[in-house]
Every structure is written in structure tokens, then in C-alpha cells.
Design a protein around this ligand. Structure first.
Ligand code: FES
Length: 187
């Protein structure tokens, strides 16, 4: 695995844009990477509908500070269509994160998608992902199925890498493997 660029550690040690926002144009919330954890992103748009300010909050997920800090720095000045068109791989490339390093950015990227939906008056696309399959890292069944489909994941180790499901006590392994099999059969 290639080394993580130093800038990522800098964002982890001293996160930018962390805190609440008064009167945001939109706020998005997604599950974090531990039990009862949450990631929250806020953006405020200027008169031209570009991002004037972006902030984030985390609850019980300190590891997500760095990707959220990087993302809130990167999106300033960008328009909503630019943000909607940006893939998680493109976001990673901005900070020289590629390949197997990209999954660490996925939850922050989904927090941005939830925030964009909120700005547009749409429901949070991740609000109805069903029950929690992996309680150690709070991965819901709908998220598992969605990420398996979107990323065309083939096995447990790929699913662990992208979602972190089944990376704790592993008691969820039979359930996660059943879902992988069902998604593969559905293709
Ligand atoms: S319940 Fe999934 S790793 Fe513990």
C-alpha cells in the first residue's frame, strides 16, 4: 500500500472547518464508523449559489475529521453542479489518494451528497438504509448492498475495505457473506 500523504495527517492533527454553522443552506448527516457515531456537514451558499462556507461536526468518529476537513476545504467556491459531478476518486486525487486509499474518504463524500440533497430540498439519500448489520462499525444493510453494487465488490475482504463492516468482533460475518452472495446472484 502506498504511503498516506503527510497532508492527510495534518488535517487529522489540526482539522479545518470543524464546528457548527448558523443558518446553513444545507446540512447532511450520515452514520460514522463506530457505534452511535454520526458525521454532519453544513454548507452555506453565496448569492451566486457557490459554496461560501463549509463546516463539519463528528460524534464518536475522530477518524473522519481528516476526510471531512479535506473535503470542506476543497469544496469552497464550487457550485452545486460541480459538487454533484465530483466522484469520490476525483476528491481523492486532489490530495494524492488513489486506489485502495480512496475508501477512507467515502463516508465524508456521502455526507456531502446528503448535504447537497438537503440544499435541494430532497430527502437524505442515506436515511432509509435499514437495520444495522454490523454493530461494531454501524453499517446498515442498505449501505452494504448499495456499496457492493456501486463498487462491484466480489468478496468479504473488498467489502471490509470499502465499508469496514466485519472488521471488529466479526460476529456479523455470516450475515455480511449472505448479503454479498445475494447481491452477486442479483447481477
Ligand atoms: S458486529 Fe460486525 S464486526 Fe462486530
Amino acid at each position: 500500500m502506498r504511503p498516506i500523504p503527510e497532508v492527510v495527517f495534518q488535517h487529522f492533527r489540526r482539522p479545518h472547518n470543524k464546528g457548527a454553522m448558523k443558518d446553513p443552506s444545507g446540512t447532511g448527516v450520515v452514520d460514522g464508523r463506530s457505534k452511535d457515531s454520526k458525521l454532519k456537514m453544513h454548507i452555506r451558499l453565496d448569492a451566486d449559489q457557490n459554496v461560501d462556507e463549509a463546516k463539519f461536526e463528528t460524534k464518536r468518529d475522530r477518524a473522519s475529521d481528516a476526510p471531512l476537513s479535506m473535503l470542506t476545504c476543497h469544496i469552497k467556491g464550487k457550485s452545486l453542479p460541480e459538487l454533484e459531478a465530483m466522484t469520490v476518486e476525483e476528491f481523492g486525487a486532489v490530495y494524492e489518494l488513489f486506489g485502495e486509499q480512496v475508501p477512507m474518504l467515502l463516508l465524508a463524500y456521502e455526507a456531502l451528497q446528503a448535504t447537497i440533497a438537503n440544499v435541494k430540498g430532497l430527502p437524505n439519500p442515506f436515511a432509509f438504509e435499514g437495520g444495522v448489520v454490523c454493530t461494531c462499525v454501524t453499517v446498515r444493510e442498505g449501505r452494504l448492498r448499495r456499496v457492493i453494487r456501486e463498487r462491484e465488490l466480489k468478496n468479504l475482504s473488498e467489502v471490509q475495505h470499502w465499508t469496514r463492516a466485519c472488521t471488529g468482533c466479526r460476529s456479523c460475518r455470516p450475515e455480511v457473506e449472505r448479503i454479498i452472495r445475494e447481491e452477486q446472484q442479483a447481477v
